[in-house]
Ligand binder design. Sequence first.
Ligand SMILES: Cc1cc2nc3c(=O)[nH]c(=O)nc-3n(C[C@H](O)[C@H](O)[C@H](O)COP(=O)(O)OP(=O)(O)OC[C@H]3O[C@@H](n4cnc5c(N)ncnc54)[C@H](O)[C@@H]3O)c2cc1C
Length: 458
Amino acid sequence: MASDVDVLVVGAGACGLAAAITAHDAGVDVAIIEKLDRPGGNSALSTGSVPAAGTRFQREAGIEDSTERFVEDLIRKGGPTDCPDLLRRLVETSAETVEWLVDSVGARMALVTAYKHVGHSVARLHAPVSRRGQDLVDDLLAAADKRGIPLAVGNGARALLTDANGAVIGADIETGNGERHRIIARKVILAVNGFAGNRDLVARFCPEVSGAQYFGARGSTGEAVLWGEQLGAALGNIGAYQGYAAVSDPHGSLLSWTTIEKGGIVVNGAGTRFGDESAGYSGYTPNVMAQRGPCFAIFDQRIFDVTAAEEEFVELANYGGVRKADTADALAAFHRLDAVAVAASLGAYNKAARGEKPDAFGRRDFALAPLTPPFYICRVVPGLFHTQGGLVVDIGGRVLRPNGKPIANLFAGGGAAAGLSGRTGAGGYASGNGLLSAIGLGRLAALAAAREIAEAAA
Ligand SMILES: Cc1cc2nc3c(=O)[nH]c(=O)nc-3n(C[C@H](O)[C@H](O)[C@H](O)COP(=O)(O)OP(=O)(O)OC[C@H]3O[C@@H](n4cnc5c(N)ncnc54)[C@H](O)[C@@H]3O)c2cc1C
C-alpha cells in the first residue's frame, strides 16, 4: 500500500517534536498532527528540566555522575518498575539526549546547580535559563520548522488504522471543524501524553488521586491507553503519577514547595499535622488527598523571604493567597481553624525541630524551622500534574503485547509510554522523569522506526 508519509507522529509536545526532528535527520519523511490548536502540551507548562548523567555540562561544572548512579537514584525513588531495561536505556542515553538538544536542536539549556532536585543525588537537571518549558518547546518547534517538517494543529487522531494482521498502518484524523480523513503511514509514533485529563482512567488506574484538580494541558485524555487496550498492548507502571500537594485554593496557582521544604508544615481542617511533609510535593499528595478537604500550609518570615525569590510565589502573595499573622491565634482565625489545635501543632513541631523530641510523623529535615512569628498561611488542595503509566515499550519505543511481541509499526514515548517513576503512587517521581521519557524515548522511537524503514527498503 502506498503511504502518505513514512512516519506519522501523533502529538506535538516535547516527545512528538523530538521524535519528528530525529526521524527527519535520520532521512525519513515525517509529519506531525496535533489535536489542539497550538502545540506544546504539558511540555510547555513544565519547567523544561531534563535530567542527564555524564554530560559535558556536568563535567565543566566539576560534577561527577554516571549511568549507575542515576539508575540507582531512580530505583531508590521509584521502587520496582515494570520496565527496568527501558529505564536503564533512557539513563545511558540521557547525556546524548541533552547534548543533542543543545547541539542539534539549538535548545537554550544550562545545567541547574543552584539546588538539587527531588530524587537526584547530584546536580543533573538541564533546563532553559528561564525554567519555562515553553522556551524548550519553542526551540523544538523552531528546529522542526527549519527542517520543513509539516505540523498540522487542530488535527486530532481519533483511531489507529490497522491491516488484517493487526499491524498499524496509519490514523483516522478529525479536524477542528469536524472533517474526517485518513493518513496512511509506515510507522506511527504515539506522543499523546498520558491520561491525567481523563477522569474515568484516573479513577480506574490511580484511584488515590481521583478527584484531585488536574493541573496539566487539556490534551492529555488517555488515547494511548484506550487505543493500546483495543490493540492488545501491555500497560506498565500504570498506577504511577506526579501530583502536587499544595495548589493554592481558591487562587489555583502552585504554592511553591520551597515553603515546606525550608521548614513549613501542612495542617488539615482540624488544625493538626498528618504526616511527614518531607515526602516532597508529589509524594505528599496522597496524604493531602486523604484529608478530604482543604489543608493549610504554614511557614514563617524567614521562609517567606527565601521563597520570595520565586516569581509565582510573589504573585500569589500579592493576590492575597498567602496571609500573614503575628500569632498562631490570628493565623488560625483567617481560615476559622481551631486556634488551640494550630498552636499545639506548631508547638510540637518546633520541639522536634529543636531536637527536643522525635517528630510525631518521622520528619527529620527541618531546614529553617523552628517556626517563629510572624507566620504565614495558605489554603491548599492537592493537584494532579500528569500520569506516569502507559504502554509498555521496548528500548526502541516499540509498543509491546503482554507476550513481549511488538505491535507492528507502532511506537510510543513520553507520557504515552510506561514511565520511570515506579509502578504506582506519587512518591516515585524524580524531577525530570517526564521530559527524559518524552525527549529520550521520542528520539529512540524515531531512530528505531527509521531503521525499520531502511531495513524494509534494503
Ligand atoms: C505544571 C507541570 C510541571 C512539570 N514540570 C516538569 C519538569 O520540569 N520536568 C519534567 O521532566 N516533567 C515535568 N512535568 C511533566 C512533563 O510536562 C510531561 O511528562 C511531559 O511534558 C510529557 O511530554 P509529552 O510530549 O509526552 O506530552 P505533552 O507535552 O503533553 O504533549 C502531548 C501532545 O499530544 C497532543 N495530543 C493528545 N491526544 C492527541 C490526539 N488524539 N491526536 C493528536 N494530538 C494529541 C496533546 O494535545 C499535546 O499537545 C510537568 C508537568 C506539569 C503539568
